[in-house]
Write a protein of this length. Structure first.
Ligand code: FES
Length: 153
């Protein structure tokens, strides 16, 4: 077994402490698992195995139950992807407004540099095609606008 250096151990302890702080804030809520997962995902960019174990222990769930939720929802990832991400809506209303014809151009613009993720409805159905970057919403996208948005990341 590989020994971890003292700074590496300190980082792991600090990360676990932060996860425990997040859990403590949400623990009194009804059905706290999803809010905790959202908070951990937002804080670390992922819900890794160590965090899943900590959350499972705190909520008296099995790690398999927590992992099942993490792997089911697109909003959660088990490992961090440090690339900028664009969430492109490909649900029915945006499909009707032509989003599928724009995907190839967006993928070409994204390459390996930008993570192009699919999402299903951003609540902008009447002004689609729509996309989200961070907390920013983008509506009425055409192919040129989408490519420019991807290139701006
Ligand atoms: S279907 Fe795309 S925003 Fe609702």
């Amino acid at each position: 077994m590989e020994r971890q250096s003292e700074p590496a151990i300190r980082i792991v302890v600090d990360l676990q402490r932060k996860v425990l702080e997040i859990i403590a804030v949400r623990l009194g809520e009804e059905a706290p698992l999803l809010p905790i997962l959202h908070d951990v995902q937002a804080a670390f960019g992922c819900v890794d195995e160590a965090a899943q174990t900590t959350i499972a222990d705190a909520l008296n769930l099995s790690r398999a139950e927590v992992h099942g939720v993490v792997s089911f929802y697109h909003d959660f990832t088990s490992s961090a992807d440090l690339r900028p991400a664009l969430h492109l809506c490909r649900a029915e209303a945006c499909q009707a407004r032509g989003v599928e014809r724009m995907v190839a151009a967006a993928e070409a613009a994204a390459g390996q540099r930008v993570e192009l993720k699919t999402t299903y409805c951003l609540g902008l159905c009447s002004v689609g095609p729509a996309a989200r970057v961070g907390d920013g919403l983008h509506a009425r996208l055409d192919e040129t606008g989408l490519v420019k948005l991807v290139q701006s990341l």
